[in-house]
Design a binder for this molecule. Structure first.
Ligand code: ACM
Length: 325
C-alpha cells in the first residue's frame, strides 16, 4: 500500500542533531521513498529552532539537553537550507512545537510563562507530563502567537505539528482551549495543524490531522486510561490519521529482549516486526479510509550520537519503508 504520508519523526529536542546529520537523514529518507521528516523541535529539555523576535528561546534553552545528550539549535539559515534541500528531494519537513505540555524549555527561557513569574530551572531528566502552559497568563497567548506564526513563516510545507501529547496536569477544558487556540493560529498562518492523538479532545472545531501513538498498552493505570480514552476519541472523530503505533514504529526500542540498549515500555521491535505489522488493524474501530499515512519515530532520551542513531534507526526504517511505500 502506498500511503500519501510516509514519514519519520525525529526528536532533536532531548538531544540535538545538527544540520549535517539532518541533511544526511533527509537524503536517506528520500532513498527509501519516504516523504516527511517531522522534527520534534521543542520539549522540556531543549528548544532547537531559532525564532525571529524571540531570541531568548534558543539563547537560554538551546544549550540545554537531556543528561548525557547534546545541546544546540538550528539557526534560521540552517533551517531554511534544510527544508529547501529536503523539498528538492521530495521530503517535506514538518516542524513540531510541542504544547501545551512538554514545554519546560519555554518555561526556562520565558519567566512570564510561569505562574510565579520565575524561570523554571533547566530540565535534564526524562520524566514526562510535568510541564504545561497556563491559559490564564497573558504571556501564554503572546507566546503561542509569536512562535507558531514565526514557524509557519519559516516553513514552506503545508503542515505544522502542535504536539498535544502527555499533558495530564491541565484540566480537560484548559487543555482543549489551548489546543484550539494553537490550531487557530496555525490555520490563520496558512498551515494545516497536526497533533498527537490526545488532541482529539479539542473537538472537531480544531480541525486537526491526528497522529495515533498508543492505545494505552503500557504505563501506570492513569496513563493507560488516558491513552485508551484519547485513542477512542480519535476513532470517534472524522479526522485524517497518521499511524505511529509505539509497539511497531518507535525505533528507540530494543530490537530484542536480549538487547541491553534501548527502551522497552512498548515491547521490542525486530526488523521483521518493523515491516510486518498491519496498519489497517493498528487502531481497532478506525475506518482504514481515514489513514493518510504511517510515521516511524526516534526519541532521543538515550540516543546521543550519530552512530547510535544509525544503529537504532536504519535497519528498521528500511523495513518500515516497504510497508509505507
Ligand atoms: C509520544 O510518544 N509522547 C507521542
Amino acid at each position: 500500500m502506498t500511503y500519501a504520508w510516509r514519514g519519520l519523526s525525529l526528536d532533536i529536542a532531548r538531544s540535538f542533531f545538527g544540520a549535517a546529520v539532518l541533511t544526511r537523514v533527509v537524503d536517506r529518507l528520500a532513498g527509501l521513498g519516504l516523504n516527511r521528516l517531522h522534527l520534534h523541535l521543542t520539549d522540556d529539555q531543549g528548544w532547537r529552532l531559532a525564532i525571529p523576535g524571540r531570541p531568548e528561546l534558543t539563547e537560554l534553552s538551546g544549550p540545554t539537553a537531556v543528561r548525557g545528550g547534546q545541546g544546540g539549535y538550528l539557526t534560521v539559515a540552517e533551517w531554511t537550507n534544510l527544508v529547501e534541500h529536503a523539498a528538492a528531494r521530495g521530503v517535506t519537513v514538518v516542524p513540531e512545537i510541542d504544547l501545551p505540555g512538554h514545554v519546560g524549555a519555554a518555561l526556562h527561557a520565558v519567566p512570564a510563562l510561569n505562574p510565579d513569574g520565575r524561570a523554571r530551572p533547566p530540565d535534564d531528566g526524562s520524566a514526562v507530563g510535568l510541564t504545561q502552559l497556563d491559559p490564564d497568563l497573558p504571556a501564554t497567548a503572546e507566546f503561542l502567537h509569536d512562535v507558531l506564526t514565526a514557524v509557519a513563516a519559516l516553513t514552506p510545507g503545508p503542515w505544522l505539528h502542535i504536539g498535544g501529547d502527555e499533558c495530564p496536569l491541565l484540566s480537560e477544558a484548559a487543555y482543549a482551549g489551548l489546543v484550539r487556540q494553537a490550531a487557530a493560529i496555525v490555520r490563520a498562518a496558512g498551515k494545516i495543524p497536526v497533533a498527537w492523538q490526545e488532541a482529539a479532545l479539542a473537538g472537531p472545531e480544531a480541525d486537526l490531522t491526528l497522529q495515533f501513538w498508543s492505545a494505552g498498552e503500557a504505563g501506570d493505570p492513569g496513563i493507560r486510561r488516558r491513552l485508551a480514552a484519547s485513542a477512542a476519541r480519535l476513532v470517534a472523530t472524522g479526522a485524517p490519521v497518521i499511524l505511529s503505533p509505539a509497539a511497531h514504529t518507535y525505533f528507540d526500542h530494543k530490537y530484542s529482549p536480549r538487547d541491553s540498549f534501548g527502551q522497552d515500555w512498548a515491547g521490542t521491535i525486530s526488523v521483521e516486526e518493523a515491516g510486518g505489522w498491519v496498519p489497517e488493524a493498528a487502531v481497532p474501530g478506525l475506518d482504514p479510509a481515514r489513514i493518510v499515512g504511517l510515521e516511524a519515530a526516534l526519541w532521543t532520551e538515550s540516543i546521543h550520537d550519530e552512530a547510535t542513531l544509525d544503529r537504532m534507526l536504519w535497519p528498521r526504517l528500511e523495513a518500515f519503508s516497504r510497508l509505507a511505500a
